[in-house]
Design a protein around this ligand. Sequence first.
Ligand SMILES: [Zn+2]
Length: 234
Amino acid sequence: MSLLGSLQEHDTAIDHLRRRLGSLPERGAAHDLNERRHAVQAALVALGTRLDELAAAEEGVERELAVVEGRAASLDNTLRAPGSATRDAQAIIHEIDQLRAQAGGLEEQALELLEQRDALLNEQIRAQGELDQIAAEAPAILAAVAAAEGEAGAELKRLEAERVATAAGVDQGLLATYERLRPRLDGVAVAHVANGACTGCHLSLSAADLDHLTRLKPGEHATCEQCGRILIPS
Ligand SMILES: [Zn+2]
């Protein structure tokens, strides 16, 4: 058989095995586990970002609170200082009250931010736990995949290695045509001639085409006019 024919046989067998292995329920479980891992990792990244934002907001509130409290304390000292003017006292007391109310509001904000952070930290711990759980489940699931694939998995690896070696021997231009045709023709780019017909599309070849085929030199090929497949002598 020609190298191209051998390549087609390998690819057909590989496609078949991949389909069979791809539909294994164990593969589905491994895929699901991977999806879960990605989702949890993405959630952890988002949580990290939100925690950073929250920390910045907390810092801002604390800074503002320190300024307000400092101002209130300073006014308080002015008020208590001996000899402070009584006529200003009312205004100072009023400002201190306002500052204290402002500080109260800021403290509430800080408390709210703290609660949000606690909730996010709990969420982070939960997500981390789930990631650990996934990591713990992974070996058994991967072992189940390997066991289910068994000989078929080993066979696929062998065929894939052989396929690489076979493709290396095929003329580059012909290989490019083959690779281009295969996806368009249901995975079969190479056909033979059987009983005067193309084995790809099963349509009869003209007498001229058949005659042309018999004259092909080794390494040469023809093309089926009807389906476009590469025709090789049987
Ligand atoms: Zn054909």
